[in-house]
Design a protein around this ligand. Structure first.
Ligand SMILES: Cc1cc2nc3c(=O)[nH]c(=O)nc-3n(C[C@H](O)[C@H](O)[C@H](O)COP(=O)(O)OP(=O)(O)OC[C@H]3O[C@@H](n4cnc5c(N)ncnc54)[C@H](O)[C@@H]3O)c2cc1C
Length: 278
């Protein structure tokens, strides 16, 4: 199929883009890498009157370390991260995630901001960035606001973006030297979206952990105080203490009735924990 007819604008700077979005908030759609929007247009799942192409906006291509965090413009591509063109404040964690998104042609064009905005529950960044404790800055003509990634994703294909707002940047905290990272996913075929994701950031020295169970058809389960998953305390022996029954109960609480599905999610999360401990 072909898209329904639409007008097309390619603003020169962020202010111009925001003005176009504000003036056409009910009928405009942003396009960045086009890897999700393109198919949705072709299938006529969305039929905007105006496409605002932000892919030329230099303001959204920045990648710089500010204090103790990496600030990535929304247009940074998966390939930029995979290839190390952005600073590696997560000590390889983001690079590993990026390298396993889809296949190279998608990674060359797909952007981190587009991935978050699309809010596909099976997408890698919404789970990985939630586990890393990242935040996202949204900008409109009225100003900017910053949310935790887990507060930004509201449901399947549903984000906290208001009409006229744009994802401007993602702020990724530096991973502590003592923090262990594990990321695992289950896909039917290499390059396909995951049907289970486990992401863990465990710091035994600080007795803290962030645990994410993703690709569950709605917002990922984000456990910021994860001691209960490790027998009540997070210490050097967390690998042995990981409690699959608590993970299963979290999935039951999220409404996943199918025991086989829960088993896959728990197994993938366990793989992430083992990877972190390795
Ligand atoms: C075959 C295939 C396989 C894939 N497999 C995976 C996978 O395994 N894992 C994974 O994580 N992803 C996967 N993807 C998705 C891909 O990673 C892209 O990141 C994703 O499609 C969105 O990025 P984009 O830049 O292409 O956004 P676009 O397609 O341009 O836009 C997507 C949506 O976000 C909005 N948007 C874009 N940028 C902004 C912004 N800055 N502010 C506000 N709204 C914005 C658009 O309006 C649109 O609604 C796959 C895609 C394809 C085509």
């Amino acid at each position: 199929m072909k898209p329904a007819p639409f007008s097309y604008e390619r603003p020169r700077d962020l202010d111009a883009a925001l003005s176009m979005l504000a003036a056409n908030s009910a009928s405009a759609k942003i396009i960045a890498g086009g890897q999700s929007l393109g198919p949705m247009l072709n299938l006529r799942l969305v039929q905007p009157e105006l496409i605002v192409d932000i892919s030329g906006l230099a303001e959204l291509k920045r990648a710089e370390v500010v204090g103790n965090e990496l600030v990535l413009g929304a247009l940074v591509t998966h390939a930029d991260i995979e290839d190390g063109r952005t600073a590696d404040v997560t000590r390889g964690a983001m690079r590993g995630v990026a390298a396993n998104i889809a296949y190279r042609a998608v990674r060359n064009r797909g952007t981190i901001g587009g991935s978050l905005s699309h809010a596909d529950p099976a997408a890698d960044w919404i789970s990985a960035l939630a586990a890393l404790g990242a935040r996202v800055t949204l900008r409109s003509l009225a100003g900017a606001r910053t949310l935790a990634v887990d507060a930004f994703v509201l449901g399947a294909l549903e984000s906290a973006l208001h009409p006229g707002e744009i994802v401007e940047a993602i702020h990724v905290p530096a991973r502590a030297a003592s923090a262990h990272w594990g990321y695992a996913k289950s896909c039917r075929k290499t390059g396909e979206f995951a049907h289970a994701i486990g992401a863990v950031l465990i710091n035994p020295a600080a007795a803290s952990a962030r645990v994410v169970i993703g690709a569950i058809d709605t917002t990922p389960i984000v456990v910021t105080d994860a001691a209960e998953l490790f027998g009540g305390r997070i210490a050097a022996d967390y690998k042995q203490r990981f409690d699959v029954r608590v993970a299963d109960a979290l999935l039951v609480g999220a409404g996943i009735d199918d025991a086989a599905q829960r088993h896959i999610h728990v197994s993938v999360l366990k793989r992430a924990v083992l990877e972190a401990a390795a």
